[in-house]
Ligand binder design. Structure first.
Ligand SMILES: [Zn+2]
Ligand SMILES: [Zn+2]
Length: 638
C-alpha cells in the first residue's frame, strides 16, 4: 500500500474521517475534535495504547487517552518513571536502569546501582525540573536487535529484555533529550506533561538470588498538573492526620511496646471492636455451613516441609527449638486444617467441607516495614479452608464473591479484584495452574466483576483472587483473598471416597473475607476517621445527667440499655454538661443522651447524634427501638 493511500478512521462518537495513510494520531484527533485533543496524553488505536505521534497505518478506530482513563493514567505514571531514570542516570552515570512500571500507587523504577541517599534524590529532582521546563519530546525509534544490543551492552538487565522480545516484534527505544531507554511505549508527548511528578521514596529491594546485589527502587507518583499534585499532597496530609495509630491511642483501642515490636496489645475497647467483627463474620459462617476448628500455634519443621512453607516461606517464620526439634510458629492456618481433614476417612458426601479458624498467626516482617495495625507480626485472620470436588469450585467461589460484596458494602468501602497468576517459584504442573487460573477467570466473568490481572503474583501453591478495598482517601489496601490450591492437598495426601468408590484428591480453597482483624481495623479507623459505626463502637450510648438530681434516672437508663445488650455508660456531673457533650464527640461516641428535669418528668430522652448539633426527643421505648434497629442493621452512621 503506498504511503498516501487513503484510510478510514472511526472516532468514539462513530464519526468517520478519511486521511492519507501515515497521518499521525495527534493530527487525526485534532481534525476530529480539537477540544478532545487538549487533555489527550496518548491515543488508543484499535484498543491498543499508542503515542500521539503514532502514524496510522490502516483503517481503524482511534480514541484519545486522558489521565481519567486507566490506560492513560498508567502511561503518565510510566512516563514519569522514565523521567526518574533520566534523572538518576545523569546523577550517577554508572547506574543501570532495569524497569519502571506503573503501580496502584503511581510508579517505580528499579536500578542496578550503589545504595541511594537523600542527596541523590535532590540531584534527581533538579534534573527532572530542568527536563520538565525544556519540554523534551519522547521520541520513538525502532532499531535492529544488533543495534539495541550494542546500545545497551553495559546493561545486562536491558540485554535480557532485548532477548525476551518476541521475534518479529520491533525493538524500540525512546529518547528524551540525551537519555535513551529501551521501551515498548507509549509515552506522553513530552516531559512538559510530567510537571505533577513527585518522588515518594526509595529503598533497596532484595533479589530472589540472595547472592545478587540489591536493586534500588525509586517510587513516585505523577499527576497531569502541578495543581493536581498539590491536591494529592493535601489529601495525604489529611490521611496522616487520620493515622489509625493516633486514633487507636485516643480511643484507647490498642498500643505497642518496644519489647514486642509489631505485636499489638489489645486494650478492652479494642477487644470489643475485634469481637464484633468476629461476630459479623461468624454470621456468614453459620449461614454457609462452616465448622470451626482450633489447631496448634506451633508445628514441627516436618509439617511445614510437607506444606511447602519451609521451602517458600521460612524466612518469614518465627522458629523455636525444643527437645532437639525445630518448631515453627504458624504463619498461616493451612497445615492444621489439612491435618484435621486427614484425621479420618472422608466421603464426597462431606464436601464441600468448610473449616474456619481464628488463630493467632506469626510472621517475621522486617522491622522497617512494621506500621501500626496495618503491618504487624501477630495477627488473626477470618480464615477458612474449604475442601471441594473439582466440580464444586465454581459455585463456591461465586458464594465467596457475594460475601465479599456484602462485607465491604457494609463498611461503604469500594473494592476491586485482582487475579494473581503463577509466580516464578511455584509448586505443581503448569497445566494445573492454567486450568485453575481459567476457572477463577471464568467465575469473575460470570459475576461481571471488573478485575485486573496481576501476573506472577499468585501464592506458591495456586492462583488467587485478591480483594483490594479503597478507603475514603482513595488509598488501595489488600484485604481478603480467595486462593485455589491443587498442591497442598496432594502434598498432605488428602483423599476422599467419590461416588465411584475410588479415592480422589480434594481441591482446597484458602480464603479470608476481611483479611486480618488488625489490618482491617487499621484501614477502617482511617476510613471513618475514628467514627466507628455504632455496632462496632466500644461505647454506643453515653448518658449525661444535667445535674446531680438526675443521676438516679441516668443510672436507671444505663441499666435499661445494658439489659438490652447495648454498650452504655453514664458520665456524672464533675464537668459542665457542655464540656461532657464535647468530650463525647472527642471520644467518638455515636449517641449521647441528656437527662434533665423535663426528660425525667416526661420519661423521655434528648438525643444528640455524633457529628451533628441537632437534638431530638424520644420516649424511652422509642429510643431503645431506634438504636437497637440501627445496630442490628449495622448501619455505618449513627
Ligand atoms: Zn517507557
Ligand atoms: Zn491456607
Amino acid at each position: 500500500m503506498p504511503e498516501s493511500s487513503p484510510i478510514r478512521v472511526r472516532f468514539p462518537d462513530a464519526k468517520e474521517l478519511v486521511f492519507p495513510a501515515g497521518t499521525r494520531a495527534e493530527e487525526a484527533l485534532s481534525r476530529w475534535d480539537p477540544m478532545q485533543l487538549k487533555n489527550a496524553l496518548a491515543a488508543s488505536w484499535n484498543g491498543v495504547p499508542v503515542d500521539l505521534a503514532f502514524a496510522l497505518p490502516t483503517d481503524g478506530d482511534l480514541a484519545p487517552l486522558t489521565f481519567e482513563d486507566r490506560a492513560g493514567r498508567d502511561i503518565l505514571q510510566h512516563s514519569s518513571a522514565h523521567l526518574v531514570a533520566k534523572g538518576l542516570v545523569e546523577t550517577i552515570p554508572g547506574a543501570r536502569p532495569t524497569h519502571g512500571p506503573p503501580t496502584e500507587e503511581g510508579f517505580f523504577y528499579d536500578f542496578d546501582v550503589r545504595p541511594l541517599t537523600p542527596s541523590d534524590m535532590d540531584a534527581v529532582r533538579a534534573v527532572m525540573d530542568r527536563a520538565i521546563r525544556a519540554r523534551e519530546p519522547f521520541v520513538r525509534r525502532e532499531i535492529s536487535r544488533a543495534d539495541a544490543e550494542t546500545l545497551f551492552a553495559s546493561n545486562p538487565h536491558k540485554l535480557r529484555y532485548i532477548a525476551e522480545t518476541p521475534e518479529g516484534e520491533p525493538v524500540s527505544v525512546y529518547d528524551t533529550g540525551s537519555f535513551t531507554d529501551l521501551c515498548r511505549g507509549p509515552h506522553v508527548p513530552n516531559t512538559g506533561w510530567l510537571e505533577g511528578i513527585h518522588i515518594l521514596g526509595f529503598s533497596a529491594i532484595a533479589q530472589e538470588d540472595p547472592s545478587a546485589p540489591a536493586i534500588q527502587r525509586i517510587r513516585g507518583v505523577g499527576f497531569p498538573t502541578h495543581a493536581d499534585l498539590q491536591q494529592f499532597l493535601k489529601m495525604r496530609a489529611e490521611a496522616e492526620a487520620r493515622d489509625h495509630r493516633a486514633i487507636g491511642t485516643k480511643l484507647d483501642l490498642f498500643s505497642f511496646v518496644d519489647e514486642a515490636p509489631g505485636f499489638p496489645l489489645w486494650h478492652p475497647n479494642g477487644m470489643i471492636v475485634v469481637r464484633e467483627l468476629e461476630k459479623f463474620i461468624r454470621e456468614h459462617l453459620e449461614e454457609a455451613g462452616y465448622l470451626e476448628i482450633r489447631t496448634p500455634l506451633l508445628f514441627a519443621q516436618s509439617i511445614y516441609e510437607t506444606s511447602g512453607h519451609w521451602e517458600h516461606y521460612r524466612e518469614n517464620m518465627f522458629l523455636t527449638e525444643d527437645e532437639g526439634r525445630v518448631f515453627g510458629w504458624k504463619p498461616m492456618n493451612c497445615p492444621g486444617s489439612m491435618l484435621i481433614f486427614r484425621s479420618r476417612a472422608r466421603s464426597y458426601r462431606e464436601l464441600p467441607m468448610r473449616l474456619a479458624e481464628f488463630a493467632p498467626l506469626h510472621r517475621m516482617e522486617a522491622s522497617g516495614t512494621l506500621h501500626g495495625l496495618t503491618r504487624v507480626r501477630e495477627m488473626v485472620q477470618d480464615d477458612a479452608h474449604i475442601f471441594l470436588t473439582e466440580e464444586q469450585v465454581e459455585a463456591e467461589i461465586r458464594i465467596l464473591l457475594a460475601w465479599v460484596e456484602r462485607a465491604f458494602s457494609t463498611f461503604r468501602l469500594e473494592w476491586n479484584v485482582e487475579l494473581s497468576t503463577r509466580p516464578a517459584k511455584f509448586l505443581g504442573e503448569k497445566e494445573t495452574w492454567d486450568r485453575a487460573e481459567a476457572t477463577l477467570e471464568r467465575v469473575l466473568k460470570s459475576v461481571h466483576a471488573t478485575y485486573r490481572i496481576a501476573p506472577g503474583e499468585g501464592a506458591f501453591y495456586g492462583p488467587k483472587i485478591d480483594i483490594h478495598v479503597r478507603d475514603s482517601l482513595g488509598r488501595p489496601w489488600q484485604t481478603g483473598t480467595i486462593q485455589l490450591d491443587y498442591q497442598i492437598p496432594l502434598r498432605f495426601g488428602l483423599e476422599y471416597q467419590g461416588p465411584d468408590g475410588q479415592l480422589h484428591h480434594p481441591v482446597v480453597v484458602h480464603r479470608t473475607i476481611l483479611g486480618t482483624w488488625e489490618r482491617f481495623l487499621g484501614v477502617l479507623l482511617e476510613h471513618v476517621g475514628g467514627r466507628l459505626p455504632p455496632w462496632l463502637a466500644p461505647v454506643q450510648v453515653r448518658v449525661l445527667p444535667v445535674t446531680d438530681r438526675h443521676d438516679a434516672a441516668a443510672q436507671g437508663l444505663v441499666e435499661e440499655l445494658r439489659s438490652a445488650h447495648l454498650r452504655a455508660e453514664g458520665v456524672g456531673t464533675e464537668d459542665s454538661i457542655a464540656k461532657r457533650v464535647r468530650n463525647a464527640e472527642v471520644d467518638r461516641v455515636p449517641w449521647v443522651v441528656v437527662l434533665g428535669d423535663k426528660e425525667v418528668a416526661d420519661g423521655t430522652v434528648t438525643l444528640r447524634v455524633r457529628g451533628s448539633r441537632e437534638t431530638r426527643t424520644y420516649s424511652r421505648p422509642e429510643f431503645l427501638a431506634y438504636v437497637t434497629e440501627r445496630i442490628r442493621r449495622r448501619e455505618l452512621d449513627p
